[in-house]
Write a protein that binds this ligand. Structure first.
Ligand code: RIB
Ligand code: CA
Length: 304
């Protein structure tokens, strides 16, 4: 039986690749998609999500529009590369009438909830709101696999990874809810670099979704090469999808992780007790490495 997943996104390029990979990989059943604010305002992330689902042969999967602002209303600074309308045809597909937060509560209080992995790969505002409105879902969500966080250096500030900084209070609520969390952070995405030759191999698959994914990854790989001089690109969100398809592709270490909410320089940091010497009770399985070749294979299988 394929593993049921719900993707909570802020569709930008890498979210779109994650959607196509999760939607088409035989090991997964993408139940629903929940866009929120993050890479861009909700209006853009929602439109990008609808365009991706329709152009990517996933128009049958419901999309529920979510939170427009973080809990405390300060937007994280975004880069030009993030604030993009994806180069895809306008969608005729519409979002469902129900709000993402209400869908989350109804779904996880229902029969399929305990079989469905929740995957936040953008801000965590939707899940935080659902947990505040209906705390009982914390006992029914079996596992959160999130692309977020960093136990070494951030990417938006030296302290903070973007998805956490997009709504630190929401991340605090999620990371302290008692739900098993696997954090696929920047240390993982920096090891699972996608190289230009990987992009071309995926493009050669020839399916509409493989071509779309290749075009999106090509832009990101070029950005990393030009701006950071790296050999390949960090294609963040698909790393979380790979970790659900085949957990052993991700190397993790259980750590205590807390979200910094106050610091002028450190707000949005996932503060991790890496050594474990303090004896603080671990609450997160933190990704520390990923098998790059296997990751690319899993992406290839998903886009075939
Ligand atoms: O820091 C990387 C994360 O921020 C990715 O999820 C990317 O899509 C942006 O949301
Ligand atoms: Ca994202």
């Amino acid at each position: 039986m394929p593993q049921k997943v719900i993707l909570d996104v802020d569709t930008g390029r890498d979210d779109a690749v994650a959607l196509l990979m999760a939607g088409h990989h035989p090991a997964l059943e993408l139940v629903a998609v929940l866009p929120a604010h993050g890479n861009a305002p909700l209006e853009t992330t929602l439109d990008n999500t609808l365009r991706t689902m329709e152009a990517g042969g996933l128009g049958h999967i419901p999309v529920y529009a979510g939170a427009e602002t973080p809990l405390l209303g300060q937007f994280a600074p975004t880069l030009d590369i993030q604030r993009v309308k994806l180069p895809l045809p306008p969608a005729s597909k519409q979002a469902e009438k129900k709000h993402a937060v209400q869908f989350l509560i109804d779904y996880y209080m229902g029969a399929d909830g305990p079989q469905t992995i929740y995957m936040p790969v953008g801000s965590q505002t939707n899940l935080a709101l659902a947990l505040r409105i209906e705390p009982r879902i914390a006992e029914r969500i079996p596992h959160i696999v999130t692309m977020s966080g960093a136990y070494q250096e951030g990417n938006t500030t030296p302290s903070a990874e973007f998805n956490i900084l997009a709504d630190p209070e929401a991340a605090h609520i999620v990371f302290t809810a008692g739900i098993p969390v696997t954090m696929v952070g920047l240390e993982v995405t920096a090891r699972a670099l996608v190289m230009p030759q990987d992009v071309e191999r995926i493009r050669s698959i020839g399916t509409p979704w493989a071509v779309i994914a290749a075009d999106l990854m090509d832009a990101d790989v070029k950005w990393f090469q030009e701006h950071l001089g790296s050999e390949g690109g960090q294609i963040f969100d698909p790393c979380a999808v790979a970790a659900v398809i085949e957990p052993k592709v991700l190397i993790t270490k259980s750590m205590w992780v807390g979200i910094e909410l106050q610091g002028n320089l450190t707000r949005g940091r996932t503060v991790a007790d890496v050594s474990g010497q303090r004896g603080w009770k671990p609450n997160v399985d933190v990704g520390v490495d990923m098998d790059r070749e296997r990751f690319v294979e899993l992406m290839y299988d998903g886009l075939r």
